[in-house]
Design a protein around this ligand. Sequence first.
Ligand code: GLN
Length: 464
Amino acid sequence: MNFKNLTIKDIRNILTETDLEDFYHHYFEFLKEEDKKIKGFLFLNEELAYKTIKELKNKDRNLPLWGIPIAIKDNILVEGIKCTAGSKILENYTAVYDATVIKKLKQSGAIIVGKTNLDEFAMGSSTENSAFFQTLNPFDQTRVPGGSSGGSAAVVGAGLVPIALGSDTGGSIRQPAGFCGIYGLKPTYSAISRYGLIAMASSLDQIGPLAKDLDDLILVFRITRGKDELDSTSQNYVEKIKEIRKIGVPEEVFSLGLEKEVKDVFENFLEKIKEKFEIKKISLPSLPYALPTYYLIMTAEVSSNLARYDGIRYGLSYETDHLLEKYLNSRELGFGQEVKRRILLGTFVLSHGYYEAYYLKALKTRKFIYEDFQKAFKEVDLILMPTSPTLPFKLGEKTTDPLSMYLSDIFTVPINLAYLPALAFNIGWVNNLPVGAQIIGNLFEEESLFKFLKEIEIAKLTRT
Ligand code: GLN
């Protein structure tokens, strides 16, 4: 049986004729073999999967995800299995409950086949900050898959699973989706419950799906969204679909380090969709300020969210009778360099005397960014931007230069700061390397993003 590139529909068809357990015996062999090439999985979840399979045999086969394999970024809790967040500090931590999204997926019949690699605590753009190993780009194994949901993007991009979940605080679903040639949705802030997501920066974090097939992504989004009593920021989801005529392209995009090859593919794509939509150049003057704003707000929230890893409540605990020594050494040994850098920066921007100068100012700038987008949505229906200014870069290329790594997020962070939904998709290829773009809507307009992609029949336009 060929397991590569199966969609949910394909698997449902196979399962009408194949025993579920038989299917998974072969499927897990396939996953183990194929994942050696990209190392997207931190670990597979066979034991629990077979338990679910037994339970599923007595459940309604018409459940929307009955028997469908799903990969989960390893910062989302699945009861009874490890959740490391890509960090040494949680290396031996086992989750004691299911995240709300996991509960919903299980209720729909899904089978969680494994947890995927990520940058430590989702901080990074290449998955090289994982404390465990590097994940490789499915199209070129000398390059990164993007990050921080690099494991999820790689296993979907390589055709190992139809669907994976990731999290996006400043681009961590969309940038790797772009680098791996697939779809990735960063939903409206509050559209999907964050209960059971290991927090990075709570006012920016969102869980979302990555998929090779648009219908699969839509299905999983619809299953996972909605109000959850366990996340007070989550909201009832009310679909908003609008007519799509005008697509805005911010002129600032072209002056923010966009690589020529990416620019060419992007402009070529604009040419192609011109027949269907009016393309309008717009201005988002606050766009150049988004990256510094993000790195102030995000680090402030990181420093407070990660205070809970004290060597006592969770994970790694340094052996000593001295309390302060326990705190200091557990954190010193448990956290990697990038995480420490962000905790230091965040503690600094929140400290007395700097709070007004940095943190408060950043909050005000965030408001400007939000308002800029709101103004733009009075002129155009949706906004289109690249997901990243560069092609997937080489392993090691940016690891010694944090600033150049941060610049990878220049087009994705504004969307999180403005709470908006954005869907990343493939717009073309350069030397067998994928190029991604993101279509951005106003709050709760995910369905309009789907409609846009359906209207341009993206598969036809971008296939090489
Ligand atoms: N790459 C960005 C960062 O390092 C975004 C991370 C994310 O979205 N989790 O902060």
